[in-house]
Write a protein that binds this ligand. Sequence first.
Ligand code: TPP
Ligand code: MG
Length: 662
Amino acid sequence: MEPIQTDPIQTAPFRTHSGAAETGRAGARRTESKRFEPNRTEIGGPDTNRADTHRTEPARENAVQAERAAAQPNSAAQHHAAELDGRLPHPPYQVQEGDLVTGSEALLRGLLLEGVECVFGYPGGNVLYIYDAMVGNPEFKHILTRHEQGAIHAADGYARSTGKVGVCIATSGPGATNLVTGIATAYMDSVPLVIITGNVPTTVMGTDAFQEADIVSITMPITKHSYLVRDVTELPRIIREAFHIASTGRKGPVLIDIPKDVSNHQLIYKRPLQLDIRGYKPESRIEPDQIDRLVQAVRESERPVIIAGGGVVYSGASEELIEFVNRTQIPVTTTLLGHGGFPSGHELWMGMAGMHGTYTANTAIQNADLIISIGSRFDDRLTMKLEGFAPKARQIAHIDIDPAEIGKNIKTDIACVGDIKAVLQYANTKAQQADSKAWIATIQANMSKHPLNYEDSDTELKPQFVIEMLQETTRGEAIVTTDVGQHQMWVGQFYRFNQPRSLITSGGLGTMGFGFPSAIGAQVGNPGRLVISINGDGGMQMCAQEMAICAIHKIPVKIVVINNQVLGMVKQWQELIHEQRFSHIDLAGSPDFVKLAEAYGIKGLRARNKAEAYAVWQEALETDGPVLIEFVVPKEENVYPMVFSGMTLDQMVMGDIENDKR
Ligand SMILES: Cc1ncc(C[n+]2csc(CCOP(=O)(O)OP(=O)(O)O)c2C)c(N)n1
Ligand SMILES: [Mg+2]
């Protein structure tokens, strides 16, 4: 049977990360207006604008017929299956060039060829053919989560902890829309994902068919690129491109939307050897002139500061950064996503900067004469009031893979666009020591005068104590995932990371519900490592259903719940900014987390004081499988230091630490 020819594929344009800039993260030139045009601009295909086909009678009739046709078994495939004596036509690892296969088989083959070890997903009507192709193919590893949000956060945790592309699959409509938060989470933090969604058959698209959602349009501003596959023969190329786009340049999520009929159409399998993606040329050069200027600026500076962000981790540039710092003697602060990119044990590490940054890091930025941002995007939680950020800096240098980030928030004097590893490798051939002896002495004095601190207690279990205990007993060597809230900030402050890719946290979007499922992905990607997932009692309830996955697959994540009985971070803002007018933050009625874990077949432990905390944590570490450990802590505790919105970094409230509460 001849492969079925349909319209050419439709793709969305490469999106810019910053609406303000013209050059996008994918390297293509775009204007902001285009980005939000309601009628999608297509490359190589007609527009599927809903209005074209919406509710016209002939379209309805065609639709019904096509849906019936799509529901018919594919006789060619059946024939093929019979030939193979009852086995599925093409186990993905056996598909050869020139084989006649279905789109679904080509998809699985393509994923295996991309090195995909595990896919997280959830089936439904419009991905039935794809799931059918998995039957009897144990080499294609798929983990069925209990919610699509769990699947995409798991894929995200897998990607962040391994550096590989994470993959998830969901059906059309509600399956696809359940992924949206996870896609935005990955986009904000530049995480490489390939997301596969089913869609209704091409013949009924635009008719409000059952479970139809235009997921390409819905996710356009939060994907690096997306494809709607209309021609099955394009699928092998699209898969290759999607992995390439997701994992090169500034990384990010790429969506492949596959209508049901396309997943069952046939093609002669051929994987393209070469990629030639129109409009996508991620920056591979470095700019030696700019780096020379940076080296010069370092030599002339007396009070330099490096802000190391997630880009250092993603670029695998930790060794180069350590060498650069040792050569130049510049103190370093890491952002939340930068933790682990520079070892916390280094004598020039100042801790985290920003809203809940350390006294030392924040005052160093405010007094620096040279700021070097390496793979950090001057996000507002870091800079706080922009106009008052680093007021004494004579020069601001920015090293970043994405030209759209340069000058987006902060005026940049020295712009080193390129892969951070390559930029630092070049810089290290020339870098000399800054004139920073006195500056380092000031910084070290600040560190001992104003360390992170909290009022400890013998009767109550303090959350900061719990994080310190986890840190000490694991020597900072675990992979730690967090959810979002106070506990996340305490991890950012009190857990000392020494290796890249060991903190997995939603920094940009701040997604509650991320912490636990991302740990499942991190554990799947790092079977031998200790993975600790630290959650609040609020966020734990957003994806708790994924405990089933830990139990079934014996994924030995240590699930920590810091139970302060409130939406702690919201309580903190209501207390300190809204004059204690507490509104809807009480989590009374939460489940008994120990029993909840047990209901899923997971060991549950609880601690209410220090002695119990040591004992249950020890027991958890000695347990082979997954364990949930609930630490019951007081609800009164706040995260300090804190810089309030609208304030500058040096206007820190030290709170409990130095009795400076507002
Ligand atoms: C999906 C989502 N909804 C709402 C918020 C806003 N938010 C930020 S922190 C927070 C409280 C989190 O409470 P909990 O999980 O108990 O953690 P805690 O702050 O108490 O450590 C809320 C509601 C969010 N970040 N994400
Ligand atoms: Mg809480």
